[in-house]
Design a protein around this ligand. Structure first.
Ligand code: ZN
Length: 315
């Protein structure tokens, strides 16, 4: 059986169980926890909020979280390992770079950056021995900029060298997934290894089905209402039901892109429950019952977060 690196060591993909494919324990900025820790409020309070939220998710049936925070989102793999150990939720950490591409990488060769990602996958992050199990990249409204293209090519090369999958952030209303796919194709990467995230910020089935036809997976991974971009939760449920009826339910995964604390907005971890009182259980509590009402079968619902992540990571 293939394995994926979790923050506590290799995990047989058959043991992933119910998996949320795009989440964040918290989001911040590179180095800020050490330089301006007061922006996190009381860090021990954050730790206990994360532990209780993960425990609630675990009791609700969530077994694995793919934590797609990178260096520039303030990733702390030691913290992930600690809360994973305390709660029993498997956490898969990311290498790669999000939207705040460090200037130190702007003029590097993609192969040199790929070496950095490969080290985090094969040796570990920051000398911890904790290995990344996914490669994250991000392109928003501006599309794929010159610097971002270097990161995308590095990610593709690291994915081909290691077999580790790529998870993207996109601006779906601008069809940015198509730009990412074009670069991955030019690198010779098998698109079966690529998850195009935030795809449900779009309701355009021709765009979404086009990505699937190319071989990529779709992350239907935003569900809060009201949403900063894209449709409300009902619109997202309808788009997902439509995709399943189009026969591509075996190419989509559901998650929330939710975090206990978003440091760029607040220091209070309780604030993020205001917009989403269900936390990491929103899909189970609200989305899945609505999908059933829209004519999706229980077996099709069950595949979204169990069979599909297992096939994506280990297929
Ligand atoms: Zn995210």
């Amino acid at each position: 059986m293939p394995t994926v690196s979790s923050v506590l060591g290799p995990l047989d993909v058959a043991d992933l169980g119910f998996t949320l494919t795009h989440e964040h324990v918290y989001t911040a900025s590179a180095g800020i926890l050490h330089t301006y820790p007061e922006l996190f409020g009381d860090f021990e309070d954050l730790r206990s909020q994360v532990v209780s939220t993960l425990t609630e998710a675990r009791n609700g049936g969530v077994q694995t979280l793919i934590e797609v925070s990178t260096l520039d989102l303030g990733r702390d793999v030691r913290f992930f390992a600690d809360v994973s150990r305390r709660t029993g939720v498997n956490i898969i950490a990311a290498t790669g770079i999000w939207r705040d591409i460090p200037r130190a990488l702007w003029n590097r060769d993609p192969d040199q950056i790929a070496d950095l990602f490969v080290r985090e996958i094969q040796v570990g992050v920051e000398g911890t021995g904790i290995k990344a199990g996914i490669i994250k990249v991000a392109n928003d409204r501006e599309g794929v900029t010159r610097e971002a293209e270097i990161i995308l090519r590095a990610a593709a090369r690291a994915a081909m060298r290691t077999g580790v999958r790529i998870s993207t952030h996109t601006y779906a209303p601008g069809r940015v997934g198509d730009q990412q796919v074009a670069i991955f194709e030019s690198e010779g990467l098998d698109l079966n290894r690529v998850y195009i995230g935030h795809s449900n910020d779009s309701t355009e089935l021709d765009y979404l089905l086009g990505l699937v036809k190319k071989g990529a997976w779709l992350g239907m991974d935003r569900h809060q209402s009201p949403a900063p971009i894209g449709p409300d939760a009902e619109g997202r449920a309808q788009t997902l039901a439509a995709l399943i009826k189009e026969g591509v339910g075996d190419r989509v995964m559901v998650s929330h892109d939710w975090s206990v604390l978003g440091v760029s907005r607040t220091s209070d971890p309780r604030a993020s429950r205001v917009s989403n009182p269900d936390g990491w259980l929103f899909a189970k509590r609200k989305l899945f019952p609505r999908l059933l009402e829209l004519g999706v079968t229980q077996a099709q619902v069950d595949a979204l977060n169990v069979d599909n992540p297992r096939r994506f990571l280990g297929g």
